[in-house]
Design a binder for this molecule. Structure first.
Ligand SMILES: [Zn+2]
Length: 138
């Protein structure tokens, strides 16, 4: 048997290339698989804000195709943002992704959401009142 499905075939219909990824072919397949798994387990639709495009800090994982910003859109806003953040943090622990991921929590975005990236270490942060603080403040 020859494996001919691409990552994009694998993660449709939940994620499509035409969404706001910037350059979708540059996005890490590992990151896309994680996003897909989060989508399946949470059952919450996910709206992609950006992948490789947009303005980020110098050397950002975004430019390497290793980071995505998004928000969840649970039906009827039935899940609080705090519970969404808790779900994500617990998910990363349960799946043993903790030490290889960066997770940023952004409650003050127009659509409160998250930054998720693949990296060689663990990073967690919260942006509140325009400042980056530890997630224990959340
Ligand atoms: Zn980001």
């Amino acid at each position: 048997m020859i494996f001919t499905r691409t990552i994009w075939d694998t993660i449709e219909p939940y994620f499509l290339k035409k969404e706001a990824w910037g350059e979708p072919d540059k996005i890490s397949g590992f990151l896309l698989l994680i996003l897909h798994d989060i989508r399946l387990r949470s059952s919450w639709p996910m709206i992609i804000h950006c992948g490789t495009q947009g303005k980020h800090c110098k050397g950002s994982y975004h430019y390497k195709g290793l980071a995505v910003d998004f928000h969840f859109k649970p039906p009827n806003n039935s899940i609080s943002f705090r519970d969404q953040a808790k779900f994500l943090m617990q998910y990363l622990i349960d799946m043993q992704f903790s030490n290889f991921t960066g997770l940023g929590i952004y409650p003050e975005w127009k659509h409160p959401g998250f930054h998720l990236d693949c990296r060689e270490s663990k990073a967690r942060w919260l942006k509140q009142n325009g400042e980056y603080v530890g997630i224990n403040r959340f």
